[in-house]
Design a protein around this ligand. Structure first.
Ligand SMILES: Cc1cc2nc3c(=O)[nH]c(=O)nc-3n(C[C@H](O)[C@H](O)[C@H](O)COP(=O)(O)OP(=O)(O)OC[C@H]3O[C@@H](n4cnc5c(N)ncnc54)[C@H](O)[C@@H]3O)c2cc1C
Length: 418
């Protein structure tokens, strides 16, 4: 007889888990999903191209309605689970539906962090997490007025570029001295700022928001020096927090996220957690690559198939703003035990920096030319000894394998009509 598997949340992590599960044990479970968002599973990463107009929502759907029907999955769209009763083995939604489970998967993702300032709940203040946020931004953009984005990280800059593309006047407020400081060093952050300013996006760094001001609707953002930046739309993109409240209320071990072991099991052996709401080995994650690994591990475990436990790995970051090429991986803080190789061509807008420790790559920042990102990722992942490649390493893969250490030599070696 089939076991009953209930999943809370229908984001990218459980979507991938189900693909693996149906491959490995197609007949093991009757699956029911509750999703607070009133829709199927879609590629959340691609919301920025939807915002900018490069893609439609239909193009980013991962599993359409037919996918669920074919697999006999019951999907409750627009149902938020309010309570897990572990003694009874049930979950109950805000629409009053109660469902029993043999195994439960919590995959509630993250919640955007809303900075605690007066006026943060005014109409016109949005976060950037789901399709409803994108639709609300698009509606605001129709008025073609002014937007302020709070946060110059990956999400904030993608929102800013999208809103600019849609015709708004956009200002980005960033607390730190340079943009995306968690992924980029200050040189690359500066090049990025210059590029975005060149596109007409205003950027104010070292900007501390004091309040959102407005009479019944947002009218501006007040900084701590008293300046008010006019805005009819404010997008808060100041970080995310694991959405672990449901797990906590159910009495599961929760630290920053819902604590799981290497098999994605919570402190209750019948309950798994995966995705951004889960904390494994003391880490929580905000990019999909590790979440997909969690999905594979959880599916294997649920299917009873031997599967390697979850392993932490660094994930590269890219910004999805058309025409801006940047790539970052690992740790690029300065330190006495580290060396660096830097290539800088300011006029071409190219900057590359490799951070090495004991002849191994520990950090990579590429700006303007990112084609070698995958190669550097591979060397980083394998912890390859790069001492033999050192002289040409920064020029990338094309210059390896016996090529000259002089990058111009390779250019000169091209046939004249090439
Ligand atoms: C604009 C944007 C751009 C991004 N770009 C990148 C990128 O370039 N690269 C990258 O790797 N990652 C990117 N990410 C992050 C990536 O999208 C997330 O890491 C991933 O989608 C998280 O998947 P998840 O399944 O953990 O959670 P989510 O996809 O957040 O899904 C959680 C779901 O659970 C539902 N839910 C929450 N609580 C309940 C409840 N109580 N009951 C029922 N349902 C509930 C929510 O409505 C939501 O649909 C981006 C994210 C955003 C928002």
């Amino acid at each position: 007889m089939k076991q009953k598997l209930v999943i809370i949340g229908n984001g990218m992590a459980p979507g991938r888990m189900l693909e693996h599960l149906f491959e490995r044990a197609p007949d093991a479970f009757d699956v029911t999903i509750f999703n607070a968002e009133p829709r199927v599973n879609y590629d959340r990463i691609m919301l920025s191209p939807v915002l900018s107009g490069e893609k439609s929502f239909e193009e980013i759907v991962i599993h359409g309605d037919g996918w669920y029907i074919e697999r006999g999955i019951t999907l409750y769209k627009g149902h938020r689970i309010d309570a897990i009763d572990r003694d009874a083995g049930t979950v109950t939604s805000d629409q009053g539906v109660t469902e029993c489970y043999d195994k439960l998967v919590i995959a509630t993702g993250s919640v955007p962090f809303v900075i605690p300032v007066p006026g943060n709940d005014l109409p016109g203040v949005l976060t950037y997490r789901d399709l409803d946020d994108v639709n609300a931004m698009l509606l605001a953009a129709q008025a073609r007025s002014k937007a302020v984005v709070i946060g110059g990280g990956l999400l904030g800059l993608e929102a800013a570029a999208g809103l600019k593309e849609r015709g708004m006047d956009v200002t980005v407020l960033h607390l730190m001295p340079t943009l995306m400081e968690r992924q980029l060093d200050s040189s690359a952050g500066y090049l990025l700022q210059r590029e975005l300013e060149g596109r007409g996006i205003n950027i104010i760094t070292k900007a501390t928001t004091r309040a959102i001001v407005g009479d019944g609707y947002v009218e501006g953002v007040k900084l701590d020096d008293g300046t008010v930046i006019p805005a009819s739309l404010v997008v808060m993109a100041a970080g995310i927090r694991p959405n672990a409240g449901l797990g906590k209320a159910a009495g599961l071990d929760v630290s920053r996220g819902i604590v799981v072991d290497g098999c994605m099991r919570t402190s209750d052996p019948d309950i798994y957690a995966l995705g951004e709401c889960a904390e494994v080995g003391g880490e929580v994650y905000g990019l999909v690559a590790p979440l997909y690994q969690m999905a594979r591990v959880a599916a294997g475990h649920l299917a009873g198939v031997p599967t390697e436990a979850f392993q932490h790995a660094e994930t590269p970051t890219k910004l999805k703003v058309t025409g801006v090429d940047l790539f970052s991986l690992g740790d690029f803080a300065e330190g006495d035990d580290r060396e660096e190789i830097v290539l800088r061509d300011a006029s071409a807008g190219v900057y590359k920096r490799l951070v090495l420790k004991e002849d191994r790559i520990i950090g990579v920042v590429l700006y303007g030319e990112t084609a070698d990102g995958a190669w550097f990722t591979d060397l980083h992942k394998k912890q390859a000894d790069i001492s033999d490649l050192r002289d040409t390493l920064i020029f990338g893969q094309a210059y390896q394998g016996g090529a000259s250490a002089d990058p111009m030599a390779a250019v000169a070696a091209l046939p004249e009509d090439a």
